[in-house]
Design a protein around this ligand. Sequence first.
Ligand code: NAD
Length: 479
Amino acid sequence: MTDYDTLFIGGELTPAASAARIDVIAAGTEEIIGRAPEADTTDVDAAVAAARRSLQDPGGWMRWTPEDRSQAIERLADELETRAPRITSLVAQQNGMPISTANVIESVLPATIYRYYASLLRRTPFEETRPGLLGGQTIVRQVPVGVVAAIVPWNYPNLITATKLAPALAAGCTVVIKPSPEALLDSYIVAEAVSSAGIPPGVVNIVPGGADTGAYLVSHPDVGKVSFTGSTAVGREIARTCGELLRPTTLELGGKSAAILLDDADLPASLEGLFQATLLNNGQTCVANSRILVPRKRYDEVIDFFAAMLSGAKVGDPLDPETQVGPLVSDAQRSRVEGFIAGAKNGARLITGGGRPEQFDRGWFVEPTLFADVDPMSILGQQEVFGPVLALMPYDTVDDAISIANSTDYGLAGTIWTSRPKLGEDIARKVDSGTVGVNYYMLDPVAPFGGVKASGLGRELGPEGLASCLQPQTIYLAP
Ligand code: NAD
């Protein structure tokens, strides 16, 4: 067990001012695997002050040339890659993510994101001169927004850190990261990588903690922008605070996305893609397509297909490379998911799962669970479960399917499954969500990611993610 009494502030592991400690518990064994300080207000003050200094000092991060920043970000990608096995193993233990998923989503994908921003940085003009319409000239500069407060949830800690840290570093911002209490041990490996990459002290600071630590950081006077990923309820709180402070914020929140199967969908050929879109990370995924909309004439066949997929999935130790579904992150999360299952039993038809797998006496496991005949307006049809629970709903026409897909408060993701990709694309254009996939779903670092409605505000990734860490300054030059 690793017992930290330090926080990564100002480029060093510094003794925490806070006496409070967070126990990190493995999802599969219920054993304590690490302990770390819960940062208090003194710690957060120190982290923000370090970030502020390293931003603005002569020679500070915002004054580095884009090429120098780019090289440093590439070195960070290299350093993270050499530490990938430690990071993915810690993530899998902490939140139950199958290691085969972690090896891609918590390792390859973050490194790809850092390298993408390093390369985008080389191609991005940070200043241009525009001939004025009234005689003079105008310089338009893109200036870093300042210290970015990055608040990270437990479900994809390294990926979500990358979606916040990479564009912020590229923009010339410095960062205070607040990992969640459930998954913070991997952040100490990120700290190591930051130091080894030669990123100057204070450019990246890490203060684990819960809601109080997060709320204090969000409202800190020296923070320039808040980048939050988490629940819609907390996102609204942060939006209220940032509204009052007139502070830019990006909010990546919850979802209740739909997979629309068309009557020509090739299910066997789509098995792997459908599994990833619906059950990735045991369903603890904001973009999970947890509603499956099925043409009525194929309803029975699709029920059988998903029943076989779920009951055949290998449930087990997240560190076993064969595991497809691991345990949930915590006892509380399992209780929440079981509450949804109990509620759905009144009204919907339970096809498979619904309980705890018998073979484990430890770990927060829930059987992959399938309900059919789910009323689109029921709790299971509307609310995010964040577990391995899928809801099948029949539809009559494609227009009906689109209207069911658009009937929740959320709008984060979705997929269309069809043998006619062009038709899938046409339908994707009618889905009211920030991202949609045709015959697959995977984030692409080059493209903006984010939600509409209760799924959030603003975008991460792509040039849009970089723009969200910059603000223009206009200088008018007299003729
Ligand atoms: P959460 O909102 O409870 O916590 C998220 C983070 O915010 C944690 O680090 C937590 O400590 C911190 N926090 C809690 N209260 C805070 C406050 N008042 N002020 C500042 N920070 C605070 O969410 P969670 O349960 O950790 O994560 C699951 C949620 O995250 C799901 O709803 C999921 O859909 C969402 N999520 C969204 C995306 C996306 O990109 N849209 C990605 C992953 C997860």
